[in-house]
Design a protein around this ligand. Structure first.
Ligand code: NI
Length: 173
């Protein structure tokens, strides 16, 4: 049976601005959510997806830096938290929830993240460079923060103006 894809919610939808809630218990329902999120992420395609991007305000994220390659391997984090970080790293980010835009964002170059894997087992991840960017970007999502919240207010205003035009020319659904 094909896993049913989920609709990716895009800015400026309010669910993207609200902090997601901690997962209390790893249930079968949560496994289904994770499978659907993974399928949605790979189909997009994207390297990371937070549950609130598909309208579920829970602290769950999927990621894979090598989608569609022979190195493809799904990773899942539940209730992820950055416990330490250092350095600076600039990367041109984009987001499945931010239509038609990318911009340089400065983040920590290396971080340590703690959370649970999909079985509820505690994990600790030492990440640097692109993986560190991906984890910071997705954990931001779970806190109601988008990468465009990290750019200058002028750049953001210009993007909002352009987005309004894009949305006007799209059929509403
Ligand atoms: Ni994103």
């Amino acid at each position: 049976m094909m896993t049913e894809l989920m609709e990716i919610i895009t800015y400026p939808a309010p669910v993207l601005k609200a902090p997601a809630e901690s997962v209390k218990k790893v249930t079968n329902e949560l496994q289904t959510l994770i499978d659907r999120m993974a399928a949605t992420m790979y189909a997009a395609p994207g390297i990371g997806l937070a549950a609130n991007q598909v309208g579920v305000a829970k602290r769950v994220m999927t990621y894979d830096l090598c989608p569609g390659t022979e190195d493809q391997e799904l990773s899942v984090l539940i209730n992820p938290e950055i416990v330490s970080g250092a350095g600076e790293f600039v990367y041109e980010e984009a987001c499945l929830s931010v239509l038609d835009y990318s911009a340089d964002v400065t983040r920590m170059q290396r971080i340590c993240v703690r959370g649970l894997d999909r079985n509820g087992t505690p994990v600790e991840i030492e990440a640097e460079d692109l993986l560190a960017v991906c984890l910071q970007h997705e954990i931001d999502h779970l806190n109601g923060i988008l990468f465009i919240d990290h750019i200058s207010s002028l750049k953001r205003a210009l993007y909002k103006k352009r987005l309004r035009k894009i949305l006007k020319t799209q059929p509403s659904n």
